[in-house]
Design a protein around this ligand. Structure first.
Ligand code: B12
Ligand code: SF4
Length: 459
């Protein structure tokens, strides 16, 4: 039985444009969801993972599969449907899963043979059995899986061509920010995989660099932090020799022992969503956790960096609280906090979020011809109306923010600062240059987008 698992491309996502920016090689990540699915697949199935981010295969020239599984984030949905229709024309049944199919289940159901909602662990074996007997159901509901005892992802299936491996150690997030789909999709409960399973799976990853995809690796409560420390201790004992980056909330900076263990276990960078430089902005996003009194972001970032861990600061532009000059304010805040890289995204209503419900009820979603428009939901295009800024203005704010933070003198200053402190100066330089090149690509994409969408996109 032949199974193809496909990760559809979205050519608008700058980080997949490796030819135009060679640094992007370091930012094209493996589709871990499909590798997990492959790990859940019994041996009688011959599994091939096809990642369109690395090139779109000629499917019609390949042997016909017995089943095709397609994943998709929202921004990949229309390409997913194109791939699905191609395989259905070839006579192969198509099942779709992942976050977009889960949230927009009716839309997906119209375009594929079967949809798996939620996490796949509990239902994938049934799906395969039904496919084998030619009796696929229209829907399967996976819900939130018990991740206490799941097989390792098939890291051997995408063994070459990527700079980084990927692994997941926890699922779910209790913080439920209004723009984020994670709490809806993976639940509010913070679930942790058993530490021996994680360590064992790390050993299966060939790459020296690894992305830990958890939305919040260390969690928020004392018992979460204790587990994270135990995980790092186990990784140190296992002498894994991996360098990894992860996402965390700012509380990572509150525990010296935690940071020291993380660094010793191989942590080289953390991605932290600061989201807004203003209290009103944080309140609007439901980011209550960041409003804790007395939080000094600059001191927090410094404490992390003292462990030789780089900090990527992420912000959102286009909040109701954002007015003219917000771009400069964000760049100023990022500099004040002292982050090594800045990542700014447009406020985007993703389906399934509270932000989507709000903007939809207010009639503010501009790019709303679905599924075609999903390709713009990359967070790098303004797709909705903003309260104080027109679409061109919000775009101009983004450019001013990026130009300010990534100007050549500032890149030199950051690299020099890190060189002086022996803190990954080459990585700082490479990351800053990669972001800078992507700004050009993003500017070009926006210009093309304006050409194509011109009339619909009236300010
Ligand atoms: C790693 C990651 C990335 C990597 C992508 C790696 C990759 N190719 O998969 C990078 C950094 C490149 C990335 C980019 C983006 N990401 Co991202 N990313 C994540 C993150 C943190 C983890 C994903 C992951 O690996 N999970 C672990 C695996 C095991 O889980 P899974 O993929 O969900 O798979 C399970 C189920 O969904 C299901 N399943 C999945 N696929 C299939 C297919 C079939 C057939 C079946 C049966 C089941 C099934 O089974 C799996 C096992 O249970 C998630 C957050 C999250 N918690 O999901 C955000 C997340 C998916 N990203 C998000 C977004 C918005 C983006 C971007 C648009 C913007 C951005 N700048 O971040 C870009 C777009 C990329 C694109 N190509 O269009 C949103 C998506 C929301 C949405 N509605 O689509 C999320 C949920 C984060 C959020 N805060 O809301 N991302
Ligand atoms: S943005 Fe981060 S902290 Fe907020 S709900 Fe999503 S994963 Fe959790």
């Amino acid at each position: 039985m032949r199974l193809y698992l496909i990760n559809p491309s979205n050519p608008l996502v700058s980080m997949v444009r490796v030819k135009e920016n060679r640094w992007n090689r370091y930012r094209v990540w493996k589709p871990l969801g499909l590798m997990v699915l492959a790990g859940l697949t019994p041996p009688e199935w011959e599994v091939t993972i096809l990642d369109e981010n690395r090139g779109v295969p000629d499917y019609s020239a390949m042997p016909r599969p017995d089943l095709v599984g397609i994943t998709a984030f929202t921004s990949q949905a229309n390409r997913a449907y194109e791939v699905a229709s191609q395989f259905r024309r070839l006579g192969a049944p198509v099942v779709m899963g992942g976050i977009h199919a889960t949230i927009c289940v009716d839309e997906a159901s119209e375009r594929v043979d079967s949809v798996v909602t939620g996490e796949a662990e509990a239902v994938w074996a049934h799906v395969l059995q039904d496919a084998r007997h030619g009796c696929l159901k229209r829907r399967y509901s996976g819900g939130f899986a018990d991740i206490d005892n799941v097989p390792a992802a098939r890291h051997d299936l995408l063994a070459t061509g990527y700079a980084c491996g990927a692994i997941q150690t926890t699922r779910g997030c209790p913080l439920n920010c209004n723009f984020c789909s994670v709490s809806t999709f993976n639940g509010l409960q913070y679930r942790q995989r058993p530490i021996p399973d994680v360590v064992q799976e790390f050993r299966l990853i060939r790459e020296k660099q690894v992305l830990v995809v958890d939305d919040n690796l260390v969690g928020t409560r004392p018992e979460h932090l204790a587990r994270a420390k135990d995980l790092f201790r186990a990784m140190i004992r296992a002498d894994l020799r991996k360098k990894w980056i992860a996402q965390a909330t700012i509380n990572f900076a509150d525990d010296e022992e935690l940071m020291a263990l993380a660094a010793k276990a191989g942590c080289r960078g953390v991605f932290i969503g600061f989201e807004s430089p203003t209290v009103e902005g944080l309140r609007e996003l439901g980011k209550k956790y960041y409003l804790l009194k007395g939080r000094d972001f600059r001191a927090s970032v410094r404490r992390i960096q003292r462990h030789n861990i780089l900090v990527v600061g992420s912000f959102i532009i286009g909040l109701d609280a954002d007015e003219a000059r917000i771009g400069r304010h964000i760049a100023d805040a990022a500099r004040r906090y002292g982050v090594d890289y800045l990542n700014v995204l447009f406020l985007t209503p993703l389906p399934g979020t509270r932000l989507w419900d709000k903007m939809k009820s207010e009639g503010r979603i501009v790019l709303n011809r679905f599924p075609e428009d999903w390709k713009y939901y990359t967070l790098t295009f303004p797709v909705a109306r903003y309260t104080h800024l027109s679409l061109d203005e919000v775009h101009a704010e983004m450019i001013s923010c990026d130009h300010d933070f990534y100007s050549v003198p500032r890149i030199v200053r950051r690299t020099w600062g890190n060189l002086w402190r022996w803190r990954n100066p080459l990585l700082t330089l490479a990351g800053n240059l990669s972001y800078r090149t992507n700004l050009r690509l993003a500017g070009k994409s926006y210009a093309d987008f304006k050409c194509q969408q011109g009339r619909r996109y009236v300010n």
